[in-house]
Design a protein. Structure first.
Length: 182
């Protein structure tokens, strides 16, 4: 299968994960934390560009449909795991983030098994992703933020992610019910 630009950007996101983890988890200076945040920012930019280019240039592929959500889930899990390691006392919030992604994965797999076509990400999913990157880049770039500030930021992110989960859940449920009627 030929690699196109959107798929290459998605692969880049996956390749950036260990680089981010190394830079963030070994960072000792403010510059190193900025570098980790920059790597996460490049990941966010490539996430935005891959979908845009794929749709705009008619380069949507089966490989991209598989790799993109994998890259999304791996990136989120890696960032959350890194925060869990550095600030373990906030583990209940991290667990909810991971649970949300797991439920989305299970829902997507159920739809796939029922041969229900899932259209692209919806606005509420994109909004949750933007909020994820903005908040996580901020937390990564500024490790001296107080725990209270980080808690408020993560709770705000949790609101966006749960809203997205709820909206997708309703949509998935409706799609499954429609598939049963066929």
């Amino acid at each position: 299968m030929k690699m196109n630009v959107p798929n290459a950007l998605t692969v880049l996101r996956i390749v950036l994960i260990p680089l981010f983890l190394w830079r963030f988890l070994t960072a000792q200076t403010q510059l190193q934390f900025y570098a980790a945040a920059l790597i996460l920012g490049v990941s966010a930019l490539s996430d935005t560009l891959d979908g845009y280019i794929a749709r705009r240039c008619n380069q949507i592929t089966q490989l991209g449909k598989i790799l993109d959500p994998i890259a999304d889930k791996l990136t989120l899990a890696s960032v959350v795991a890194a925060l869990w390691i550095t600030k373990p006392h906030l583990w209940p919030l991290y667990a909810v983030f991971i649970l949300k992604e797991f439920l989305m994965l299970v829902g997507g797999l159920r739809l796939h098994r029922k041969r229900v076509t899932i259209e692209g990400a919806k606005w509420f999913g994109k909004l949750a992703t933007v909020m994820f990157y903005v908040i996580m880049i901020t937390i990564v770039a500024f490790p001296s933020l107080s725990d209270g500030t980080i808690l408020v930021m993560l709770l705000l992110l949790l609101v966006f992610m749960l809203f997205s989960l709820l909206r997708y859940g309703v949509m998935f449920w409706g799609m499954l019910r429609s598939a049963k009627k066929r």
